[in-house]
Design a protein around this ligand. Sequence first.
Ligand code: NAP
Length: 287
Amino acid sequence: MGSLDGRVAIVTGTSRGVGVGVARELLQEGATVVGCSRSPLPGLPGAADVPGGEQRSVQWVCDQGDYGSIDEFVARVVQTYGRIDILVNNAGGTVPSPSVDSVPPLVSRIQGAPSSDDDYERSVLFHAFAIQMNLISPLWFAIRVFRQMKHQDGVGSIVNISSGAGHPAGSPTLVSYGAAKSGLNHLTRSLAQEWGPKVRVNCLALGPTMTENFQSFVLPDDDKSGAKYFDNVPLKRAGDPSEVGRACVFLCSGEADFVNGTTVEVDGGMLPGVLYDAGLKTITDLL
Ligand SMILES: NC(=O)c1ccc[n+]([C@@H]2O[C@H](COP(=O)([O-])OP(=O)(O)OC[C@H]3O[C@@H](n4cnc5c(N)ncnc54)[C@H](OP(=O)(O)O)[C@@H]3O)[C@@H](O)[C@H]2O)c1
């Protein structure tokens, strides 16, 4: 018996990184998981590691930058599985930029933002993209899923994946991303108030979490385990995607029935600001 037996969950951004760990933990607890990403994949990565996981999962294409694509994707989930109990708004992320007013072409390219040879245009488009992907698209997804959940029996659960960069102390090098994540924390509380008692809405603010991209673009080449990098984090390491997944399981299970509108930090007790300088070094070395 799992704590999410019979639940139908959407997890966004499951082709790699944190989303894979989240999807796997939900599967482990008995949920059926529909993952998505822009790139087509034959199945949900990691599902084969869980008994029955391949039978209880699919991976479909959805571009969360397009509200029409979100609409079609959610309609297909309902058509196939009959309901949606859980949404984990995970897709998002960014790349640190040494200056907010002049975003280097490489930073923009790694982020996947619209390109431009014009320095000003490239910078403003980079920030618009960060806010779209980390604030507006999760709101679009939540709205579309709520429009289904409000007609169902039971209580739905939405979990937004935020970041320590959203802390009120500010986030130099991650200016638009931090503002978007701060907005996501705020939006979580507002939606919880609007959508209770039909749906609970909560948020997880992650600290550094070990993914393929984190290893390539954040950890320095001479410190790939992060032993030096994490010296200022009380637990002296990055989080693992599975640890984010277990926090999602808690928020979506009956154990958290009275937890609503809150942001839980999953960051090893890191204080704000301790990693901004270190986090820029690998990108600066690449430039
Ligand atoms: N890793 C960390 O240290 C860390 C720290 C704090 C917060 N977070 C947050 O955790 C979440 C996941 O981050 P991550 O590190 O796992 O990122 P990641 O490794 O870059 O993975 C992002 C996932 O989102 C998908 N995605 C990107 N754009 C999309 C779009 N327009 N529509 C649908 N899917 C899209 C990607 O697949 P495709 O490219 O194939 O579409 C991929 O599966 C993000 O919200 C991030 O802000 C991460």
